[in-house]
Design a protein. Sequence first.
Length: 242
Amino acid sequence: MPVVENSDKNMKVISAVVMDNPLATPISVPSPTIEDKLDKVIPPTTVTKPTIKAPKPVTLKQKIDLQQKTIAIKEKRKKQLAEQQIEKQLLADLKNQTVLQKKAKQKSIEAAFAKELKEQTAKTLQHQIRQEQERIAGAKVQGEVNKYKALILQAISQKWLVPVGVDKKLYTDLLIRVAPGGAVLDVQITKSSGNVALDRSARDAVFKASPLPVPNNEDGFDQFRQFALRVKPENVMVGNVE
C-alpha cells in the first residue's frame, strides 16, 4: 500500500489500521489529558521555602535599655495619672469654693436685708410712737385750749350786753391778744356778724372781761398770746341784754 506522509509534524497518531490484514485489530492510543496540556503550556515551578534566620541573642546592654525604657514609660504614665488626679482635685476644690462663695454671698445679702428690715421696722415704730405721743400731747393741749376758751366765753358772756332785738343766731369772729396773766391788749373783728351794734358790744365785752382766764404755765399760755374766738348771742347768759 502507498505510504501517506503526515504533513503536520505536531499531530499525533491516534489510531492506525493495516488494511491488508483483515484480522488485524486497531491499536488504541490514549488521548492527552488536561494535565498533559497544562504541563506543556505552563512549566512546573519550584517552590522555595523562606529561610528563617535565627534571632540574634539579646545583649545585656539591650536588656538594660529595654528595662529603662519600660520604667520611663511607666513613670511617665504614673506622672500623667497624678497630674490628672491633681487637676480633678483642683477642679473639685474650685467648684466647692465657688459654691461656698455663693452661699457666703447669699448669707451676706440675707443678713444685710434682715438688718435693713430691722432698722426700717425700728424707725417705723419710733415714728408711730412719736406720732402717738404728739397726738396725745396735741389732744391734751387742745383739751386745755378748749377748756380755757370755754372759761373765756363764760367770762365774756357775763360782761356782754347784747342789743335788744338782735338775731341771737348771728356770730362775730374776734382776734384777741392778751398778756401773761390774761390782761386783754387788743381785740380785732375778723368777721362781722352784719350787725354793727352786735359787733361793737362783743368787742366791748372782751375788754370788760379782762383779765381773761388763761393758763399760768408758759407752754399753756403760748396758745393764748393771740387766739381767735367766735362769740354768739345765744351763748350769753340770760339777762345780759341792753
